[in-house]
Design a protein around this ligand. Structure first.
Ligand SMILES: [Zn+2]
Length: 423
């Protein structure tokens, strides 16, 4: 009875999510098309019409492709759950491994292989079809497959021990296993923040200390002005894979470092780089990073508590096409982890605008911080170049933007920055 009700709820959320996503995408495409013929007045002097139209075409192509992958992902989700895919897979794996921990690990492994194999052609097309067509792909096919193998290796090296610990806690730690799992998970994420910049990312990219002496002096002056301690300024060879540019922070505490993509450095003037960095420093000084982490940890505690409850509810398995009694004597811990991970996004999608609101508030604050410590006009001209280079649309559908975008639309940000420059 509960199982059927849960199945119906699940299907309703899938349909609702699909409707909302298709509706937002079609609004977005119509809006971008309607503004394709002219550069918005406030950008008319800086962005050529051809670049504006490229951004429109790129946005539309990506939005359409997003709908295709959404359809495929939904079919895979329904196939694994309601159509009995996970149930079937668990029986196949069990026939090979027999009962015990290895069955559970193999089940998660088999699922990951299948899910990865389904998404591989789509990732391949995204890089060598879509990105290639708009001139963003800088990767050879060899590097694509080398990355795939290396990321799989990293995923196994990190994921396998973590999975083993979680499954052991689920089996042996009693009713509060989810709380201990939260402690482990939080510790794992903090550890990754230290390990990733020092051990993992260097496997994929080269990080060289910033060499340009005058730029370095300028940035160090800014860092001293705002009172920030960092372990260094690095340039990353992002151009090896993509023409998209970016700048970011990584690590925390004493291992903080600032990383610029070489693609970004090549395009921006020194004072623009300084302004972009001031924005990033603003996120740090205004405690956005700590707040975001705290929110993520609090949310994961809530979700794990929910998982702790669902683990013991037969309707959760039944309602998602899995018979929890199919393998007598074998625990369903790995199964409940997989089911939870698969269905959680269906139930949380509609809350997306809430995270977007929080994130956009932080972006405005970081922009205001940059305007206080550098010249706001430099950030404006850097933003204009970054929008042009990344072919990001200047005319998103407002509702689509409010739902998905972590950053406010360019025109809104720039209007605020111009006000700050006059003040
Ligand atoms: Zn930002």
């Amino acid at each position: 009875m509960y199982s059927l009700a849960f199945s119906i709820l699940f299907v309703s959320f899938i349909i609702l999510t699909l409707l909302v996503r298709f509706w937002l995408a079609s609004r977005h495409i119509r809006h971008v098309l309607a503004h394709r013929s002219a550069v918005p007045a406030e950008f008319a002097e800086k962005i050529p019409l051809a670049a504006h139209q490229k951004a429109a075409d790129y946005t539309i192509a990506r939005t359409r492709y997003g709908l295709l992958t959404l359809m495929v992902d939904t079919l895979v989700l329904v196939g694994f759950t309601l159509l009995g895919g996970l149930q079937w897979l668990s029986l196949q794996v069990f026939a090979v491994t027999g009962p015990g921990m290895w069955y559970q690990i193999a089940l998660v492994g088999a699922y990951s292989v299948i899910a990865g194999a389904v998404s591989l052609p789509f990732d391949y097309y995204r890089q060598f079809g879509l990105e290639q067509r708009f001139g963003f792909n800088k990767m050879g096919k060899g590097l694509f497959f080398k990355d795939l193998i290396m990321w799989t290796g990293v995923g196994i090296a990190l994921g396998l021990p973590l999975l083993w610990v979680v499954l052991t806690l689920m089996a042996k730690a009693g009713d509060l296993w989810w709380l201990y799992t939260w402690v482990v998970w939080t510790g794992f994420q903090l550890l990754m923040m230290v390990l990733a910049p020092n051990l993992i990312l260097p496997l994929f990219n080269k990080f060289t200390p910033l060499a340009d002496a005058s730029l370095k002096a300028r940035i160090e002056a800014l860092i001293a002005r705002v009172g920030f301690a960092s372990r260094g300024l690095f340039v990353m060879d992002g151009s090896k894979r993509s023409a998209h540019g970016n700048a970011y922070f990584s690590g925390f505490g004493a291992s903080k470092r600032i990383v610029f993509f070489d693609t970004l450095l090549a395009r921006l003037q020194p004072q623009e780089i300084e302004a972009v960095l001031a924005h990033e420093l603003g996120h740090f000084k205004l405690k956005h990073i700590v707040k975001r982490l705290a929110a993520i940890f609090a949310l994961s505690l809530g979700f794990l508590a929910l998982l702790g409850y669902l683990k013991n509810q037969p309707w959760f398995y039944d309602g998602l096409g899995v018979n929890p009694l199919a393998l007598p004597g074998q625990s369903n811990d790995a199964m409940v982890l997989l089911l939870f991970m698969l269905v959680l996004p269906v139930f949380t999608f509609l809350f997306n605008p809430l995270t977007s609101i929080g994130s956009r508030k932080h972006e405005f604050e970081a922009d205001a911080f940059a305007a206080r410590h550098t010249d706001a006009r430099d950030l404006v001209s850097a933003l204009v170049k970054m929008y042009e280079d990344n072919a990001s649309t200047l005319t998103p559908d407002p509702l689509h933007s409010a739902f998905y975008d972590s950053h406010p639309p360019a025109s809104v940000r720039i209007r605020q920055l111009k006000l700050a420059a006059q003040a």
